[in-house]
Each structure stands twice: as C-alpha cells, then as structure tokens.
Design a protein around this ligand. Structure first.
Ligand code: PLP
Length: 426
C-alpha cells in the first residue's frame, strides 16, 4: 500500500520528474544535495555540540558519485575509504589527506602502499599480518604511519545478518586479545605510530543499545591499554551504521540519544584513558545520503500470469541490488496520473533472475505501460552497488543543488560495457 508518509516525501522534493526523464531517460537516479547537507549538519551539530574535536568521515561505499563527494568535502566532511579506488575518488575531489581514514579487512599490498604514500590520517588495521606489512612498507618509504586497530567486540545487532559486522563470527577486526597483542607489537615498531581504535558493528541499525554496549567494551579495553601499556589513544573511530526509515513504522536512528549516551560519556575520558584532545571519528554512509536518492523507472509491461499481476519495469537488480541481495524494502510511489481503481501488483525488473523483484504485493492505483514509478530512499548502496549484469549500461545520475538539476553521471552506453574487453581479430 502506498503510504501517505512516502507520498508526502516525494512531494517534498517538488521536482517535475516527468520532464526530467524526458531529458535524461530511465532508469534515472536523482540525488538531492540539499537533503545531504541537512543530514550531514544534523549529525555534525549533534556531535560537535558535545565534542569539538570530531570528524565525520563519510563512508564512500554508500555512494561515490563524485559530485556528491564534492558537496560533502565542501561541508568539511572527511572520507572513509575501503579500497584504492575510493582513495582515488578522495583524491579526485581534493580531499585533504588529514581527513581520510582507510578501513578494510583485506587491503592489498598495493592499496596499503598507496595509502602510506598519501600520508592519510589513519589506516585501521584488521590483522597482525597487515600490521607487519605496513611496518615493512613504512620502513622502506622511510615514513611513520599513523594507525588504528579495528576490534571486534562481539556485539549483537538487530539488522540483516549480511550487514552485521561486529559479531565474533564476522570476518572483520581482531578479537580483543589479539588486538591487545597487536597494540603491544605496534608500540615497538619504529615506523608506525599506533594512535587509534576502530569499531564498526553493522549497518541499518535503528537503536542505540548495541552502540552503548560496544562503547562500554571499548572504554574497558582502552583503560587496560592505558594502565598496562601507557597508551592514551588520540583517535576513537566509532564507525557508522546509523539506520534510516525505509518503512512507515520505522523511526530513523535517534542521533541525539546516541550522542548523549555514547559520545558524551566518552568525552569524560579525555586526559585519562584517552589523549587530552582526542578526536572522535564517525563513519556514516546511509544516514547522510540514504533518503536523498530516488530511482525513477518506467513500466515496460503489465501482465497477468499464474494469478499474479506483474508490473515489469526498466530498472533491474543491476541498478538497485538491495532488495535482491538482502530482501531490503524500498517504498515505491507511482508518478503517473492515478486512477481511483486499485490492484495488487508485484513489481519486477528485466534481469534474468527470479530475485529481480522490487516489491511483492504492492497495492497501487491502476498501473499501465509507460507509467513512471519512483523507488525511494535509494541514495545509499544504490548506484554504488550497481553493475552491468545482463550487459546493461548503468543508469544516469542527476543531482539537484542550489535549485538547479544537473547531470552528474552520464548514462553508460554499450561501449562502456565492453571497454576493457580484449577481442583478437579473427
Ligand atoms: N564504516 C565501515 C568500516 C563500514 O564497513 C561501513 C559499511 O558497511 C560503514 C562505515 C558505513 O556504514 P553505514 O552506511 O551503515 O553508515
């Protein structure tokens, strides 16, 4: 059923989507820079009201459209990157290196060398082997590398099991005992400066309780670092994971409660278990861009088969994989003129996979071929997770900023799909 809340949501954007797709075609991603700024400022003001020395490193994986990265850089955000490619994107938008943190469980030697060469704020290490490799590179390049260690404190989180990252059985981070050994080892290394701690417990988290739990574990761990190793950390990187509302009954992450119950208590340890002027780092992705994106798709066919009415649209799981990958729900709003007759539809894409479905049991006014549908809240993990599967060019992206809507990523064409193929002449 189409909810009033989401119908209002689309009206709030106040955009003539029909004209937009006449110009740019479908499927089309629309991004709203103003919404991104609002979300960033909301988070930023809540955190800095409590602790000035904080840095919001936007997680590039959520959406790495360069025009969007530039908006966030201009707002003062830093970058959380997890690959050489994302580090490259940070460089393309002239992100100052002292605002970049590099995370990732399996960074390649080449990626590590690139990050070391860039002299970024922090590399968050996830294994003893990675630590040794960094030390080796740093001595070769004759530099001192600033490090954090990602700890997996085994905290239960209520979200899809594919996006929990801080459970014992997840591949991420080091368990506390191994991490302690890593700090000890790192302290003795001449070319690394171990200054930080890093956690990230999962994504699309809607309550603060797991964060409070992990904060307590982090404090206890850092107390031990201080008392036994005389180590007062300079960077406390709390990761991201703050959820947004995809369904009417969901409330987006209570950021002020989080700040009150997680950030504020940490500030009381300045000068005791942490450095006097320690920096709090956050790595949100979805919270900043999730509700700033809409995917416009056109209906190709409406058919009836096996007792079901299928609306077959021109966007597929290659454009937006979240529903197929983890059964994620995205509200859908018909943009074409609505008739007062209702039907129950399944909305699906063109990809040759049965999981290429956006909505099962959508109660909507009569939908006809040629109609436009808006798939909402796709600003995060939409275009960034898109692919060319089924040899489909990726969608175009437009962005509204200062009242103007501009193309910020052109639609791919068939040449783009085969650009890297090597075909011997026969
Ligand atoms: N930081 C790390 C290490 C991550 O793995 C992720 C996402 O998986 C994020 C930050 C951003 O998460 P979210 O978009 O849920 O805020």
């Amino acid at each position: 059923m189409i909810s009033n809340m989401f119908t209002k949501f689309i009206h709030d954007f106040d955009v003539d989507f029909k004209r937009l797709v006449d110009k740019y075609g479908t499927p089309l991603y629309f991004l709203d820079a103003e919404r991104v700024r609002e979300n960033y400022l909301n988070l930023h003001s809540n955190v800095t009201n409590l602790w000035k020395n904080s840095l919001i490193c936007y997680a590039y994986k959520a959406n790495s459209t360069l025009a969007l990265l530039k908006v966030l850089r201009d707002m003062g955000a830093g970058a959380e990157v997890v690959s050489g490619g994302e580090l490259y994107a940070a460089k393309l938008v002239n992100m100052p290196p002292e605002r970049i943190v590099f995370d990732g469980v399996s960074k390649s030697p080449l990626e590590l060398a690139e990050a070391i060469r860039e002299n970024i704020l922090l590399i968050n290490v996830e294994s003893m082997e990675e630590l040794s490799l960094i030390d080796k590179f740093a001595s070769k390049f004759n530099v001192k590398v600033s490090l954090g260690i990602r700890i997996n404190f085994d905290v239960k989180v209520d979200t899809h099991h594919y996006i929990t990252t801080g459970r014992r059985f997840n591949k991420f981070g080091m368990d506390p005992d191994s991490a302690y050994t890593a700090y000890k080892k790192a302290q003795k290394m001449k070319n690394v400066n171990v200054k930080g701690i890093h956690i990230h417990i999962g994504s699309q988290i809607l309550d603060i309780f797991p964060y409070v739990e992990v904060k307590e574990k982090l404090v206890n761990f850092c107390r031990k670092l201080k008392s036994t190793l005389k180590l007062a950390l300079k960077y406390v990187d709390l990761g991201g994971g703050f959820g947004i509302s995809y369904r009417e009954y969901e409330k987006s992450f209570p950021i002020s409660d989080y700040c009150e119950n997680v950030v504020k208590p940490l500030t009381s340890y300045a000068g005791s278990i942490f450095d006097d002027d320690f920096k709090i780092i956050l790595e949100p992705g979805r919270f900043i861009v999730g509700d700033a994106g809409i995917l416009i798709t056109r209906v190709n066919y409406v058919k009836e088969s096996g007792g079901y009415k299928w609306v077959l649209v021109d966007a597929g799981m290659n454009d937006l994989i979240r529903p197929a990958l983890y059964g994620a729900f995205h509200p859908i709003i018909p943009l074409s003129k609505v008739k007062d007759e209702y039907e129950i539809y399944n909305i699906a894409g063109p990809i040759c996979e049965s999981s290429d479905i956006f909505y099962i049991g959508f109660k909507a006014p009569l939908i006809r071929p040629g109609d436009l549908l808006a798939i909402l809240n796709v600003g995060a993990y939409g275009i960034s997770m898109s692919s060319q599967y089924n040899c489909r060019p990726r969608a175009a992206v437009v962005m509204r900023d200062n009242g103007e809507i501009k193309l910020v990523r052109r639609r791919e064409n068939y040449n783009d799909i085969f650009r890297c193929d090597i075909l011997e002449k026969s």
